[in-house]
Design a protein around this ligand. Sequence first.
Ligand code: FAD
Ligand code: SIN
Length: 531
Amino acid sequence: MTDTPHDVLIIGSGAAGLTAALALAQTKRVLVLAKGSLDSGSTAWAQGGIAAVLDEGDTFENHIRDTMIAGAGLNDRETVEFVIEQAPAAIDRLCELGVPFNREKVEGGDLHLTREGGHSHRRIVHVNDATGWAVQAALLKAAEENPNITLLAGQSCIDLITARNQQDYSGSGRVWGAYALDEASGKVVAHVARATVLAAGGAGRVYLFSTAPRGATGDGIAMAWRAGARVSNMEMMQFHPTCLYNLEVKNFLITEAVRGEGGHLRNPVTSERYMERYDPDRMELAPRDIVARANDDQIKRYGLDYVHLDISHQSPEFVMEHFPTIHEKLLGLGIDMTKEPIPVVPAQHYTCGGVKIGLDARTDLPGLWAAGECTESGLHGANRLASNSLLECFVFGEAAAKDILARWDTLDAPPEIRAWDESRVTDSDEEVIIKQNWTEIRRFMWNYVGIVRTTKRLERAAHRIRLLREEVEDYYGHFRVTTDLIELRNLLECADLIVRSALKRDESRGLHFTLDYPETSSIAKDTVLVP
Ligand code: FAD
Ligand code: SIN
C-alpha cells in the first residue's frame, strides 16, 4: 500500500477540473495538476458565454431541441436532458463564486442573455466578451482558498498509472494516478491517488489553424486510450466560422455573439451577404458546421484569403459595450470594428469526441473519471451547440465528484507503484525532429482531414501517421521526455484516432462532411474505437 498525501488526483485546472475539485474538497484532499500555468487551458479563453434556460419565454425542451438539431441527431437524448436541466443550478453556483455576469441595466436587473448560432432563444449568460477569463479566475480563487485543494502548475502528465505499473501486477485496468514530468526539475514524479479525474481539455492543436491554446494537444484523450479506455466520435472536430485572419495573430477568436448581436458575413469581393445561399432561414445564426462550410466554400470558390464579418451598422456605443475585449484587440491591429468589417477565416475550435463517459462521468477504467472537453458524454453529438461546452464541464465535473464520493468506501487504497524508469534513455540530441513532426502533423491534418473530406485524403493522412508513428515511438523510447515530446506523441495519437474514426463513417453528418458519402444515413451511430 502507498500512503498518499492526496485522496483524489485531478489532471487539469480548467472549468471541468476545478468544478470537480471544489465539490470533492468538502471531504477529500485533492491534488490538481496543470501543464504550464493554472490558467493555460481553453476555459480562460472562452468568449461568448454559457447556455442556460433562464428566460421566462424559453423552455428546457427548446434548449434540448436546439442541441439535438445542431448535433445532427447523434446526441444521446438522456445526456442532453441531464445537462440542460442542471444548467440554471450551475449558473447559480458560479454567481455564488462571484462570477460578475452582465445584467440588464435596471435596478436588481436579471442576467443579460445574448444569442449565438443554433439557439432559438437568447440564453447565453456572459461577462462581456471574456466570459472564460472571469470563470477561470473565480474558480481558481475558490480553489486557492480551500485548504483541501493543492494546485500544482508545471506538471506535464505523461501516462496514467495503471495496474501494469504496480510492483505486483494485478492484471486489472485499475487507474492509480499519473506519471508527470515536473517541468522545472525535469524529473518524472508518480502522483498516486485512490481516484483520478481526467479533465485535460481538447486536441485542437492537432490542426494547423486552431482557436485553442498551445497546450490543447489531446493529452487526456491519448493517455486514456493508451491505458485501455474507449474513445468515440473523434471525427467530429468543430471548426469555428470566425477566427481573425491576421498574419501575426493566428488564433484570435471573434465570438459568435458578434453574429448573435447582428453581425453579417459578406464576400469581400462581391459584398454579397452570402448566407442567403446556404441557409436562408437562419442566415448567420445557422449552426456552426453550416456557417464554417459556407465560409470555406466562399474562400475556395473566389480564391480569397478571408471573408468579412461586419457589425459596423450597429452604433459604436453598442459595439464597444458588447465587445470591449475584441474591439480593443482589433484596434491594436489597426482594425476599427465600429467602422469596418473584420477579416475572418474558419479554424479548428472544439473537440466533440473523446473519452467515453456515462452520466456519472465514469470511464471504462476502474478508478478513472473524466469530464469536460476531453470526453464524449453524448451531449454534443455530431456538432456542439455554441456555449454548451462550459456547461458540460460544470455538470460533469460535479457528476464525477458526486460519484467518487458515493463510491468512496469501495475504492481500495493504492498499491506500491514502480518509480519511472529512466535507466535506458539519454538527453535528446535532435530537438529539430520534434518541431518538424509537430508541423507536419498539423499541416496534413488541416489539408487532408479538415472541413471537407474525401476517403483518398483520409487514407493519405493515415499513411503519413503510420510513418511518423515509427519515428516518434523510436524517439520516445530512446530519449528523456520533455513537454514537447509528450505533446507530439499525444498529437499523433489523436490524429490517428480522428482519421480512423473519419474512415469508419460512411456518411456525412454534422461536422463530418465527405464528398464520397454526401448523404446522411437514416440511423445515427457513434463511432466507437476500442483499444
Ligand atoms: P481546459 O480549460 O482546456 O483545461 C485543460 C487543463 O488540462 C489545463 O489546466 C491544462 O493545463 C491541463 N492539461 C492538459 N494536458 C495536461 C497534461 N498532460 N498534464 C497535466 N495537465 C494537463 N465554450 C463555451 O461553452 N462558451 C464559450 O464562449 C466558449 N468560447 C471559447 C473560445 C475559445 C477561443 C476556445 C478555444 C474555446 C471556447 N469554448 C467555449 C470551449 C470551452 O472553452 C472549452 O471546451 C472548455 O473551457 C474546456 O474546459 P476543460 O476544463 O475541459 O479544459
Ligand atoms: C464563441 O464565443 O463564439 C465561442 C462560443 C463557444 O465556443 O461555445
